[in-house]
Write a new protein. Sequence first.
Length: 368
Amino acid sequence: MSSKEGALYLDKGPMQTKKSVSMPIWLKALFALLPALFFLLLFTIFPIFNTTFIAFVKDFYFQGGTGSIALASYLRQLDMYNNPEWWAEYFRIVEPDVPFLRPYKPIIGFANFAYVLKDPLFRNALLNTAILTIISVPLTIMISLLLAVSLNSIKPLRATYQTIFFLPYVTNGIALGMVFNTIFSHEVGGIMNQFIQFFGGKPVSWIRPLWDGGGGTIPLSKFSLGFAITVQSIWAGLAFKILVFMSGLASIDRQYYDAARIDGSNRSTIFRRITVPLLSPQILYITITSFIGAFKAYQSVISIVGGGPIHFGGETRTLWITVVGYIYMNRNVEPNIPLAAAGSVILLVIILFITLIQMQVSKKRVHY
């Protein structure tokens, strides 16, 4: 036996090498993702399940002691309905100050959806949201794209202009709405009304009925209020879209533009044939997020016309209410919580449907 081999021997025999036990990669990934999965379950999956369950239960009420878990409240309410004597005795002993009132029987079905879809207020809210979306989204995308191309083509004061256009993004939405509330003030001295009167026009009731100075009022119209809300929505959405388009323009190889200029292409042709196709991934992303954001419109309305049951969406409360506004109004009234949940599910289905259509169309139009 050589000296090297003899060194491997101890008193108890040859030295045994231990194999290191390593954790499988999939198990490491699972442990790494556990925090994210926990927050996904707590803040996404659970609220969706909770809301969807409530939407399918007619005459649902949250029951004390069950928190915000809809299934637990449903089971307790059902048991109260089926065993009123036991629960009456329970309240008499455990909570003597709380009188027991037998609740309505919670019925699972589509009654809430049927009521919401037939509700004139919801239909009006859906129409208002659709109008706001169809007008504001294309205009915002086109304006932000043109502004991004213009900013990308100038060097002097580029950073200054970018900062100015980015200010609405870092400004609180309510504060921005207050600015537009001042611009479209219902007073005769409002900025927009002063501008109209300067050119010989008559003042307009933009966000509330306007006193005409003779004891009467100029009625509020749906068009004027919708115009004010749309302008505010477009301005508030420009900053982020410009930022996305600017980053997309920075990634385009300048050789494409140089080759096009050598071939004698003008700016319009370069924009249509090179810039727009190469920005199609950003355009798709902006389009999807803009449609989703427009259908969730709430802050743009509430920040201009104010809150409360009277001022939301105009003096009549129904003039410019949105789908999210309809949901909030019903959410604040406990018996109407199932209606709010049904409206939320309907809104979710609409957004998913529009997103799927856009994804299918983009397969032939987007160039990666």
